[in-house]
Design a protein around this ligand. Structure first.
Ligand code: ASP
Length: 412
């Protein structure tokens, strides 16, 4: 028999998880089978989350250092660099503001308190911080001994060091070619392991869902539908209004011309849920159809495939607010800012592969003391939302190459 592909398996895992959860719910918590079942699924679910947490730091470190180190020397390197990074940061910020504003307005998930997280929420109190202190701590946390940062899972400091390392590798060029190669291989190996972890996803998702559904009622699913609608709505707004508007205002290109040139890459992104897998198609569209110069396209697009993720940033920020609503926690302004920054970092650190955003989601949740277990609620809709957020990610890269080409002056 042919093996089912991962997407189908995850779909099956989701359906089975919900079905068994509903069955357990009907039998009641005292039933012996239910007790054994819940114990096992609790164990399997926790192991799956442990695996995600395990791979997070190596993934972020390798993905960012290699992404930056892969920049090639360019005549106007400095200008291209600065414009590209500014574009990435600004568009991701706009996407996150949209996602967070929509979540704050529609409040998906509020009014429900999920039993499963009660225990995890007991540690929440300690994390509230006033704004000035938050900034002081934020700045102070940027530069840390990288070995300590890696071992403690301090992602912000890891990102800073990875960025510096990447820049140093670009500067050193040939001199550091072995180090560059080593990191590239480390990234490939990490991705391989992520692939293994993802193979367990159907089982992990099923286990987490059984536990979740067995201790919940149907209202949660209604809430999930609202969350999905908010995310899809804001993703569409970003992809169909914000990015086309930037493109039109800066590069003077009509949305229709862009769509004609970019179609292939957008559809591929939707189907594969992977910016990296789409990269060859994206580059082809940008070079051949949208007429971006190869040196600019070759710099902006591959870097963008790793670090520029408007859709992922929007999703992660919106999802963190959704989870906070679910567990019945009001996030202070300082905490919302934390979500904003960390969601950006999480999107920067997510490689362009299916469900990468789900792995780095743990980071966003933990940054404000929300329970990492809450990704159990997000997992069933992750594949669905991944299609659209990857499409927006890839669209952002293509618009970026056009914008940078327009803004960077021709050499004299
Ligand atoms: N799948 C996305 C991408 O490749 C990343 C994510 O999971 O959000 O762009």
């Amino acid at each position: 028999m042919k093996r089912l592909n991962l997407n189908t398996q995850i779909l099956l895992g989701t359906i089975l998880g919900v079905a068994i959860g509903v069955y357990f719910h009907a039998l009641g918590a005292e039933h012996q089978t239910v007790r054994a079942g819940l114990y096992t699924s609790g164990l399997v679910g926790t192991l799956f989350i442990d695996l995600l947490k395990m791979i997070l730091i190596p993934l972020v470190f390798c993905s960012i250092s290699v992404g930056v180190a892969n920049l090639r020397q360019h005549q106007q390197m400095h200008q291209v660099w600065v414009t590209t990074l500014l574009y990435f940061v600004c568009t991701m910020a706009v996407a996150m503001v949209l996602g967070m504003a929509a979540s704050l307005y529609f409040r998906p998930g509020s009014g429900l308190e999920i039993e499963l997280f009660e225990h995890a929420m007991q540690n929440f109190e300690a994390k509230q911080l006033p704004l000035p202190e938050f900034f002081a701590q934020f700045l102070h946390g940027l530069f840390v001994n990288p070995f300590m940062a890696l071992s403690q899972g301090n992602v912000l400091a890891v990102v800073m060091f990875a960025l510096m390392l990447g820049i140093a590798l670009v500067m050193g060029g040939e001199r550091f070619k072995h180090m560059h190669l080593l990191l590239q291989e480390a990234l490939d190996v990490t991705m391989l392991i992520v692939g293994w972890v993802m193979r367990l996803a159907p089982l992990g998702i099923m286990a987490l869902l059984i536990k979740l559904v067995a201790s919940q009622d149907a209202t949660m699913l209604t809430m999930l539908a609202k969350f999905v609608a908010v995310v899809i709505g804001t993703l569409l707004l970003h992809g169909m209004v914000v990015l086309p508007l930037i493109l039109y205002l800066v590069a003077g290109m009509s949305p229709l011309t862009f769509w004609r040139g970019a179609r292939e890459a957008l559809v591929t992104a939707f189907a594969t849920s992977s910016s990296s897998a789409t990269l060859p198609v994206t580059l082809r569209c940008v070079n051949q159809q949208l007429k971006v110069k190869p040196e600019i396209a070759g710099f902006v697009v591959p870097l963008g495939a790793t670090v520029n993720m408007d859709g992922t940033a929007l999703y992660e920020a919106a999802a963190a607010l959704f989870v906070a609503n679910l567990v019945g926690v009001e996030l202070s302004f300082a905490q919302q800012l934390t979500v904003f920054f960390i969601a950006m970092i999480a999107a920067l650190g997510a490689p362009g592969i299916p469900s990468a955003g789900m792995v780095t989601m743990v980071l966003v949740l933990q940054s404000v003391g929300l329970p990492a277990e809450a990704i159990a609620i997000l997992l069933p809709v992750d594949r669905l939302l991944d299609t659209l957020r990857t499409t927006v990610n890839v669209q952002g890269d293509m618009v970026g190459s056009l914008v940078v080409q327009r803004l960077v002056a021709e050499p004299a």
